[in-house]
Design a protein around this ligand. Structure first.
Ligand SMILES: Cc1ncc(COP(=O)(O)O)c(C=O)c1O
Length: 394
């Protein structure tokens, strides 16, 4: 990988050391340029007129996302964030009283709350797949649980917001397919970070966001819906883009995945998402994933040298999200100390509010999260470690 070029494309790295890529990564120039150009265009031409002139580029966004995850353009819906994309998929499933949803202890609270809502409203049952000794979903346990014919859905994040394992998603997908059970994958932290192929995974539905490892703008995300399933899923919300009013009494929902979209959207951000996907594809997802793993392993290795620091990631395969706690210091204090360095260092804090079950199981309230991207460097990691070494105990 040409790291110098990656950094030259990323204006943010001049001012700061950014290890909050799992929150929102730094956008590269092609993303910033397409968005600022479009905003100027809207200001001078009018929003609808500007979008009309960009119709072909807007259409290409679907093709680019399709190439990124090996899907067809008509299997993609562009939706304003991963949570809403996930909601649109989840609430369209015809879950009945007694139907069982299998999920992992690492599930994101934003997804777990909808499970609880449908438990209250429709009487679905939520079951947690136990973890194996390395901390990821136990495939043996999953296979046993899938033997219950009431299981209607497997739904989990491929990488949790608070780090930990990359779940064995291809094996999970194969088990779900064998059992004839739907698989909804939250790929929010995986897309842009590592290769994702929906055909290999065998997931039926996949939700993702733009601003994290994809390096796109905030307020954008997408949903993948397998073609053969799409027309059997009726979105919980419809509008005049998702459906057409045919007569005063009848409407028709569109056939493709855009039935899950809504009409009004941030066109500049949609173009930005497209540019981010093209940029990621041009770098090569596999080399980026190799580089991210190499940097994350280096960071874990160096953190282990810092007195009072405990690494918190588990799993046979870990990602660019590195989590740790520091004895006698809160994560907020670590974050604040690092942000106050001469060259600001961004890390974030992940609390039990985002991943309650996992954090409770591990007896943690919060962790510090330093998430690396391919544009980070060993030198930046050294600066983080030096700053932690100098940090006074509170
Ligand atoms: C695993 C996981 N799922 C879902 C989300 C929600 O994504 P968004 O904020 O784009 O809705 C996040 C955000 O941190 C996440 O980490």
């Amino acid at each position: 990988m040409n790291i110098a070029q990656l950094r030259a494309d990323t204006p943010g790295v001049e001012q700061l050391i950014h290890f909050n890529n799992a929150g929102a990564a730094l956008m590269p120039d092609p993303v910033i340029d397409v968005m600022t150009r479009h905003l100027q265009f809207e200001a001078r031409l009018g929003g609808y007129e500007a979008a009309g002139q960009r119709a072909a580029e807007l259409e290409n966004v679907y093709g680019a996302i399709g190439r990124l995850i090996n899907a067809d353009p008509d299997e993609i819906a562009v939706i304003e964030n991963a949570t809403r994309a996930w909601d649109m998929a989840f609430y369209s499933l015809p879950l009945q009283p007694g139907d069982v949803v299998l999920t992992s202890t690492t599930e994101y609270a934003g997804n777990f709350i909808p499970y609880l809502q449908l438990k209250q409203q429709r009487g679905i049952e939520i079951r947690l797949i136990p973890n194996d000794e390395q901390g990821q979903v136990s495939l043996g346990a999953l296979q046993d649980m899938l033997g219950d014919e009431r299981v209607a859905l497997v739904s989990l994040p491929m990488i949790a917001t608070n780090g930990g394992p990359v779940q064995p998603i291809e094996q999970i997908g194969a088990l779900a397919r064998d059992a004839g059970v739907l698989f909804l994958l939250d790929a929010c932290q995986g897309v842009g970070q590592m290769p994702i192929d929906v055909r290999k995974i065998g997931c039926h539905l996949l939700a993702a966001t733009s601003r994290k490892y994809l390096r796109g703008p905030r307020g954008m995300g997408f949903l993948y819906v397998e073609k053969s399933l799409c027309q059997n899923l009726e979105p919980a919300f419809l509008d005049l883009h998702a459906a057409s009013l045919l007569t005063p009494d009848t409407f028709k929902i569109r056939d493709d995945a855009r039935r899950f979209e809504n009409w009004e959207c941030n066109v500049a951000a949609k173009l930005g998402l497209g540019a981010a996907v093209e940029y990621a594809l041009a770098q090569g997802i596999e080399p980026m994933w190799q580089r991210i793993q190499q940097l994350a392993n280096h960071l874990r290795h160096r953190l282990a040298e810092v007195p009072g620091v405990t690494l918190r990631d588990r799993g046979a395969l870990t990602s660019g999200i590195v989590t740790f706690t520091r004895q006698d210091s809160s994560a907020a204090h670590v974050q604040q100390w690092l942000a106050g360095q001469d060259k600001r260092i961004n890390v974030s804090t992940s609390t039990f509010r985002s991943t309650l079950l996992d954090m409770q199981q591990r007896g943690l309230q919060e962790v510090s999260r330093a998430s690396v991207h391919a544009y980070n460097t060993e030198g930046e990691i050294d600066a983080l470690i030096e700053a932690l070494m100098r940090m006074p105990r509170i």
